[in-house]
Ligand binder design. Sequence first.
Ligand code: NAD
Length: 258
Amino acid sequence: MTDRLSGKRAIVTGAASGIGEASAKMFAAEGARVFCVDLDADGVRATAETIGDGTVAHVADLSDPAAAEAMTAAAIDALGGVDVVYACAGIAGSGTAADTPMDQWDRVIGVNLTSKWLSFKFALPHMVEQGSGSIIIQASIGGILGVPGIFPYAAAKGGCIAMTRQAAVEYGPSNVRFNGIAPGQVPTPLVVKSYEGGGGMTAGMGVEEGMRRVAELYPLRRTGTVDEVAALATYLASDESAWTTGQIHVIDGGITAQ
Ligand code: NAD
């Protein structure tokens, strides 16, 4: 590793598992001080312990505005400020437009859209005051392409894409950058839950068979890895991407190209 994030203070949400966990570890390996946040107490503590160097683990349900505000205050206190927020936490969200129950809609929008906003909302005044900041919002190709059976998830991810562009325009003059990441399929616990929930292109197949069939659809003939997405997040967190804002960075083995 090359210290590409040396001096950066980063909040990473969803740090207990999958892409958020890999990103928290990569940010730290690149020299950032990382504040790890998740609903899963054991998982987020394990990530922070693995990173070491006094890395703080913070447990919060980020769909709760008071918890998100308290999280940001604790991060600024622990890190002495904040330069990067990677809003990565998310959940699966199956259902069609007709059969999605209201409570499922509320939870999926609450975690996959509202919590993304709340994860950076309270950091923004600090970034504006210091005249810099990089905010990374985890979208999905599910917010770009229609995929049968993930109606509430797609609606939330489409909202993440619009939010990224909107906030980039609002905060560009303050040198606070917003970039979205839209991955294709990366095997993680969220994807397993999505298969178990019966959503997506492979509804009705088992997890293993579904993943194998999906991998065949990609031009690169495989799904992604958490480290491949973490590497993109590292670039967007770093000053290497200083002139990049308002963009949705698709990382998907080429599936949206066909
Ligand atoms: P994951 O299940 O491995 O990790 C998600 C983490 O978010 C978990 O640790 C979970 O506890 C945490 N979380 C869930 N609800 C929370 C809440 N209310 N408050 C705080 N933390 C909460 O999943 P992942 O695949 O690594 O997903 C990370 C992000 O990437 C999500 O936003 C997901 O939608 C997005 N994404 C994933 C894929 C994929 O194929 N894995 C594809 C596109 C987008």
